[in-house]
Design a protein around this ligand. Structure first.
Ligand code: FMN
Length: 215
């Protein structure tokens, strides 16, 4: 009976759930006699899922916005997991899913981002997340975001998330000089982003993406 409680505890603690303790598999026969088939099926699928899924969160970030989103995503992912800067990633081999995050730089992915995607993501399961100073939903954004999908040739893209990220430093000065008032407004609207609301959306995105992997 104590083993059943342990299993239940694990499931309650880890909603998706990750780590059943060593020995849990051996005790399945023991608990079948006591518990409902429904519960057993949950345990079996969670064991399978938890035992095999390895997730990487990799991000490129100059001023910290994409890093914040990466850390929010990483926070809700079950073990085994890793978080790295894209610059430190040599391969996506060995990961069942990789969350890849980048900023928009000049209306789409910059050269390094394109090279990374073109080199590493073919035949891999990935989810993309992107930050940008433009408010979510402005029409031109869709075209810029599409360029990230286009660069991820041959990847199985499980999900895509984007949110506004504050414009910093020299770029802020450059944007201030822009003739288009809508572009200049982004300085104000992007301030403090990604905020708690957006980071929570990123967590939801991560959870939903992880759910797509479940057997
Ligand atoms: C050189 C440069 C170009 C940028 N170009 C765009 C752009 O075309 N569209 C946009 O919405 N944001 C643009 N941004 C803003 C960044 O995408 C945004 O601030 C992002 O959140 C930065 O992420 P990071 O802090 O992770 O580097 C640009 C920023 C820089 C520095």
């Amino acid at each position: 009976m104590s083993r059943i409680l342990e299993l239940k505890e694990c499931l309650a603690l880890h909603p998706y759930t990750r780590q059943l303790r060593p020995g849990a598999r051996a005790n399945l026969a023991e608990i079948t006699s006591v518990y409902t088939h429904q519960f057993i099926n949950i345990v079996k699928s969670e064991m399978y899922w938890g035992a095999y899924m390895k997730v990487l969160v990799a991000y490129m970030s100059r001023t910290g916005n994409t890093k914040k989103v990466a850390e929010a995503i990483y926070g809700v992912i079950p073990e085994p997991k890793e978080i790295k800067r894209v610059e430190d990633v040599t391969t996506l081999e060995g990961y069942d899913l990789t969350f890849l995050g980048f900023p928009i730089l000049r209306f789409g992915p910059d050269g390094k981002t394109k090279t990374f995607l073109e080199t590493h993501v073919k035949d891999k399961t990935i989810a993309l997340f992107v930050t940008h100073m433009a408010p979510e939903g402005v029409p031109e954004l869709q075209e810029w975001l599409q360029k990230f999908r286009d660069a991820a040739v041959g990847a199985n893209i499980l999900g895509f998330f984007d949110c506004q990220g504050e414009i910093h430093g020299l770029m802020k000065t450059i944007v201030r000089l822009n003739r288009d008032p809508h572009v200049r407004e982004s300085i104000q609207t992007s301030q403090g982003k990604p905020d708690t609301v957006r980071l929570e959306r990123a967590r939801t995105f991560a959870n939903e993406t992880m759910n797509k992997l479940k057997p």
